[in-house]
Design a protein around this ligand. Sequence first.
Ligand code: BG6
Length: 489
Amino acid sequence: MSFPKNFYWGGATAANQYEGGWNEGGRGPAMTDVTTGATKDTPRYVTYKNADGTTGKMSMFGGTLPEGAEYACLDGYYYPNHIGTDFYHHYKEDIALFAQMGFKMFRMSISWPRIYPNGNDEKPNQEGLDFYRSVFEELHKYGIEPLVTISHYDDPLYMEEKLGGWQNRETIGLYEKYCHTIFEEYKDLVKYWLTFNEINSAIMAVSFIPNCPDEIAKKGYIKLHNQFVASAKVVKYAHEHYPQFKMGCMIAGMISYPLTCDPKDVLANQHHMQDSFYYCGDVQVRGAYPGFARKSWKKYNLDPGFFEQDKDVLKEGKVDFFSYSYYATSCETTHKEAKRDGAGNMSMGYKNGYIQYSEWGWGMDPDGLRYSLNELYDRYQVPLMVVENGLGAIDVFEDGKIHDPYRIDYMKAHVKAMKEAIEDGVDLIAYTPWGCIDLVSAGTGEMRKRYGFIYVDMDDEGKGTLNRYRKDSFYWYEKCIKSNGEDLD
Ligand code: BG6
C-alpha cells in the first residue's frame, strides 16, 4: 500500500499571516492587526490606547484589555500581519507556482473581517466576497481543490473589543451568519471546510503558563465551548443544506510521550494528551464531552452545567473528517529535575533526548507523525488530513537561489512516516504542509522563521520587494507529488 491515487497533496496558509491588504477592499481590522512582531525570545504583544490617551501592551496569550481601553496600533511597533506576504496582490502568481509544484489541494482561510468588517454588520462586504471568488476560480483553473478554514486567528477586532468576543454567546450567532453567507456564496467552488483552526489553542494558555490562574483557564474553556457549539451548528446546517460539503475539525497536534517509564509519567502524559488534544477531537468527532472533561472542569472550578447545556447541539454537529497540525512532539514527566523543551517563550513540555530540535526549539519527530496517525485513526475511524507540517528555519538567499537541504530532509522523513501509517491501515486523505510559501510566523511574528517551498523577499521590519523565488525544496516537492510520494530522493 502506498499513497492512494487521489491523495490530496498541497500546501497550507492562513489569511492573517499571508494575505495582507489589511485595510483594503473594505476589510475591517482583526486582532492580529494590533499584534506586534517579536522574536523567539521575546513575546508578541497586543497594543491598546487607554481612555486617558496613555498607551499599553499585553501578552497575546490570555491578556485582558483594561476597562475603557481600545485596541490600537502604536508608533514604535511593527505589525507584520498588515502585509503578511501579500497574497492579496499576488494570488495569481502564487497559485501558478502552486500549480507548477503539482498541488491538488490548497488550504487557505477566509478573513472574517473581509466579509463582515465588524462581525455584526447587516450586509456582507461585496468586495471581500468577490476577492475570494476570484481566488477559488483561479485555483479551479488549475484543478486545485480549496480547503477553507473559516476562522484562523483573525476574528473582527470590533467583535472582540465591543461585543466580548467568544466570551459572549451571541458571537455564536454572528459566526453562523458569516458561515451561511460564505457557504451560499461558494457552494459551487468549495467542498472542504474546517470550522476553526487549532480549536484547542483556546486553552493553550493552560499548557503554556505554569499553574495557570483559574481566571485565564476559565476564559479559555468558555471560549472553547462556545466555539464547539458554533462549529456543531454550522456543521449541521451544512449537512442539511449542502450535502456535497465535507466538514472537518482542525486541532493543534499536541502529541507527547511519557519522559520515563515511571507509571506516574505515563499517567501524567495520558492526562496531558486528554486535556490538550483529545478533549477537542472527542467533542467534534464523537459529538460529546469525554468523561475526563469533568476532571478539567473541577480543576478550574468550572460549572459542569455550562458545558452540558448544549449536549444535543454537539451531538447533531459531528464533523466528517479529522484534521490536525503536526510539527513536533514533546514529553511529560513528574520528575522535578527534567529540562523544559522549546526556545524562548514557546516551551510546551520536557526535552526528549532521542530527537533533534529546530532552531526554535521544536522537537522534530517523524515517527511521532506515524504514531499519532495510528492513534487518531484507531480512536475516531474517520478520514484524516495532516493540514500543517513543516520546518521553520532561517534560509540564506544567494544569487536568486535558496538551498534548503534541512527542509527537504524534514519533509522527506515526514512523507515516509505518512506512507508507513497508510501501510498500517490509516485512512489518510490529504497533506498540506504549512506555509508552502513564506509567511509571517504566528508565534513570533517573524519572517525569518520560514517554512516555504517558495521564498518571499521580505524581512522582519517589513522591508523587501515581495518577489517570489523557488527554493530547492520547491523542486523536491514537485517530484514528490509527481511520483505520488514514491520518489523522495
Ligand atoms: C500553527 C498555526 O500553530 O502553527 C499556524 O495554525 C502557525 O497559524 C503554525 O503559523 C506554525 O507556527 P509558527 O509560530 O512557527 O508560525
